[in-house]
Every structure is written in structure tokens, then in C-alpha cells.
Design a protein around this ligand. Sequence first.
Ligand code: BGC
Length: 348
Amino acid sequence: MKAITVVPGKPDEVRVEDVPEPSPEQGSLLVEGLLLGICGTDADIVDEGYGWLPPGRDRMVIGHESLGVVVEAPPDSGFALGDHVSGIVRRPDPVPCPQCAVGEWDFCGNGRYTERGIKQLDGYGSALWRVEPEFAVRLDPALGDCGVLLEPASVLAKAWEQTDRIFTRASARPTTALVTGAGPIGLLAALMGVQRGLDVHVQDLNDSGDKPALVRDLGATFGVGDVRGSGVRPDVVIECTGHGPLVFKLAEIVAPNAVVCLAGISNSGVTNTIPTDDVNKKLVLENTVLFGTVNAARRHYEQAAEDLARADHGWLERLITRRVPMDAYADALVKKDEDVKVVVDLRA
Ligand code: BGC
């Protein structure tokens, strides 16, 4: 079968090659791959050497944003032929640590977790893949191709869940949300903010492509340029750019009792001089919470599946701005200004 294989840190080594079909030890569900989403982590793996090969292997199947259709399922699996599914990315560490032992692998405490297509396990970038039923999530068939958005949506479902939980510390409730970055992560964060009834503002450094219209069509407000010029004083921020200096700008502009959720990372290598005492004072005197979040547990995938199912499917479809065949994977890693989500057609 055809698979997209890579060597972390070697952009010239991206290949589409014939590999053996996955063996049943990888899971009792056999899935025909439909679409594979591409994100910054994939570019980091290929270009920057993030990612870890499976032990004893010199190449890995890439891909962690999956959508496929079940073609083989044992009767007791809870899945049926034809179900649309997406595979969970992370697997618990083998110890397991106390969090992994209760299904909270997204809070793994010893770093020995593995991740499909990222850390020591083959990903979902192949014509066929296998998954354990407990790591597969069924999608509303009405979502069609938009089911490929489940994995990035799961990361935001966790970000919002954690944010909501932090707000239970006092009676203060958020009304205004700011999302920084209008890429796929930012737009999904905005969707979930709107679904919570918040007044959502999305700020980006450029207004290329369909992003401003996508934000407006959600009922949110699009802003362009430096966040300090936006005039927004948010109670909650979902930071999706990963731009380090922005974190400190956000600390300046948030309302008292705000929660700032950091959901992105970047490799820009910038270093800055920060007035650390001033930032500290502002955070302390206004009860600000700054926290980071990564990955997602099963409950977040299930929440995300519900959130996507009740979203406007026409709007979700507009997030998929480019669709490429497997052979074009290497090109697809290069981001174009107008891209929102680029997906690979695993049948082409
Ligand atoms: C994935 C997460 C993963 C993280 C770190 C992200 O792109 O969405 O599931 O935990 O990368 O490897």
C-alpha cells in the first residue's frame, strides 16, 4: 500500500512509497485512509527534526490528523463497516504514570508517551491504517471531509475545557474572548468561543485569503495588526500563533481576572528584553492566569466531534483551502498565504 514516509530533519527524504499493510498488532480496526490534515508540527518534523523514529526504524509514516472509513471491525469493537473515524494521536506511557493510567495521556508526567506520526509510532498517512477501537473516534457522517478537522479541534476542545475549569475559581465569568492567529487552530478556537456565547475577536498580522470573511461569518470580529492596537480588553485569550513576545503583550492588555491559554509554539528564535517586574506585578495584582496546553484526551476528541457536528458544515468546509494528492506532500508542507487547512487525499 502507498504511504508517506519521512526522516525527521531531512526534507529531501520525503517519499511516497509502497510499504506492507499494517499488522493487526496496531489495532483491530482496519481503516481506509480518506484525508490527512497537515499542520505546523509536520513541517517541524520534516524540516526541523522534531519527531522521533519508531525504535529500530530508519523511516516513519507521517500524519496525525486523520479521517478514514472502517473496512474491517471485530463484532465487539463498537464500530461498524463504513463508519467514519479519526484516530487519537497520543498513546499512554508504558509505566504508566498516574495520569496516563487514567486516560489523561495529554498530562503525561514522564514524557514517555508516544504519538502516531510524531513520536515513535507510524502515523495515519497511508492508504490503509489500523487503530485500537479505544483510540478511534466515530464522526457524524454528515461532516464528510470536515471530519479531518477532528484532531486539531480536539486540541481546542481541551484548551477551552481547561479555560472553563480555571474560571470556576471565582464568580468572575468571561464575556469577551480574543483569539490570536487566524489559522486553522485560531479559527476553530473562535468557533468554540462563539459556541460558548462569547463576544469573540480574532486578531492576525495579515488579512490574506478568506480569513477575515471566515471570522465575520462566525459572528466574530476580525482585527489586523498589533494586538495592543486592537482596543480589545479580553477576559479570555486563546493564543494560537506561538509567537513568544506576544504572550507578554497579551499580559498587558487583558482585563482583570483574565485567563490566557497558550496553545501554539514556534521556532522563530527571537529573544527580547522584557520588563519582568512590571509583567509580574500586572499578573499578580489582576489575578491573571497564563497557562499552556498540548494534545488531547479521549473526552476532548468526543467533545470536539460534538462541536464540529453542531457547527455550520458549509463554514467548516471553507477551512479546507487546499487538497493535494499524496505525491505532492512535500510541496504541501510549504505554507501559502491564503492557506487555512491543507489536506492530502489518501486515495489520490
Ligand atoms: C498535535 C498534538 C501533539 C503535539 C506535540 C500537535 O501538532 O496536534 O497532538 O501532542 O503536536 O507533538
